[in-house]
Design a protein around this ligand. Structure first.
Ligand code: G3H
Ligand code: ZN
Length: 283
């Protein structure tokens, strides 16, 4: 069965590794992520954005994640990514999600706390883990677009009080990463990660994990990041592979002929992330 993130996040924080949240966009993503994790005996999180949920449909989304958990025997969490309301979070939990993120970061601080608290109360009563967000992460993901100029770093004292009041199981804070690929290199505030994680018992979540140089990922984990989200890198690997296959052969019509290689490319991406995050052999 699908598990809450509390099945592996406390261990990740203690042993200083990070569990990957790999976003699911279709069947090939679901299979590629599971195959990579199975090979490396790693726990993982299927992230599903509201846009991806609309695209795949609730029933298929839950069914694919449950099939992966059954086939692999791995601890897998099915997690709503950047949930925008209490209603969406509850709909996901009712349908079988084992974890939800409530992203109240564009609401005023006190409102974000109050809304997150409500979701934590309901989710925890059902054994479902919750991720909250503070500060705004730049870049574009689905329908959520934040100008770099408006991206505001999280303040450590606010992050600590946010955890104390909400009791979230993982806390996403804006520390300089952004959704999508980077033009240059991100500049990550490792000091903020360290200050926050040293004062709360749960790990910090790093969003916008695609395109972050490996050494920065290692430093972020050492500072207290216990969950890292990756979506764009898999999307790029998938699409580039398909483009390559189609460009090479104009006569291809069987979708398996390009989706198969695309899936393979995603397996490689996910495997490299799992090893980088140190979650291999932690299942
Ligand atoms: O919530 C999802 C992630 O933060 C994905 O970010 O697409 O830059 O890897 P990414
Ligand atoms: Zn994100």
């Amino acid at each position: 069965p699908l598990v809450s993130m509390n099945e592996f996040l406390p261990k990740a924080k203690e042993k200083k590794f990070a569990v990957g949240q790999f976003n699911m966009n279709n069947l090939e993503f679901a299979q590629a992520i599971m195959e990579a994790a199975m090979e490396l005996k790693s726990p993982f999180i299927y992230g599903v954005s509201e846009g991806a949920l609309k695209y795949m449909g609730m029933e298929y989304t839950v069914a694919m994640a449950e099939a992966a958990a059954k086939k692999s025997g791995l601890p897998i969490a099915l997690h709503l990514d950047h949930g925008s309301s209490f209603e969406v979070a509850m709909a996901c939990i009712r349908a079988g999600f084992s974890s939800v993120m409530f992203d109240g970061s564009h609401h005023p601080y006190e409102e974000n706390i109050a809304m997150t608290k409500e979701i934590v109360k309901a989710a925890h009563a059902m054994g479902v883990s919750v991720e909250g967000e503070l500060g705004t992460i730049g870049g574009v993901e689905d329908d959520i677009s934040v100008d770099e100029a408006d991206a505001a770093l999280a303040k450590p004292d606010e992050a600590i009080r946010f955890w104390e009041e909400t009791g979230v199981d993982a806390l996403a804070i804006a520390v300089g990463t952004a959704h999508g690929m980077y033009a240059g290199e991100p500049s990550i505030r490792f000091d903020i990660i360290e200050e926050v994680t040293s004062k709360i018992p749960v790990p910090v979540v790093l969003h916008g994990g695609s395109g972050v140089p490996d050494d920065m990922i290692r430093r972020a984990i050492a500072a207290g990041v216990g969950k890292i989200n990756v979506n764009t890198e898999n999307q790029v690997a998938c699409t580039e592979t398909i483009r390559e296959v189609l460009n090479k052969d104009a006569k291809v019509y069987d979708p398996r002929k390009y989706l198969g290689p695309a899936k393979k490319a995603m397996v490689e991406v996910v495997k490299s992330k799992i090893v980088l995050f140190g979650s291999n052999n932690q299942a």
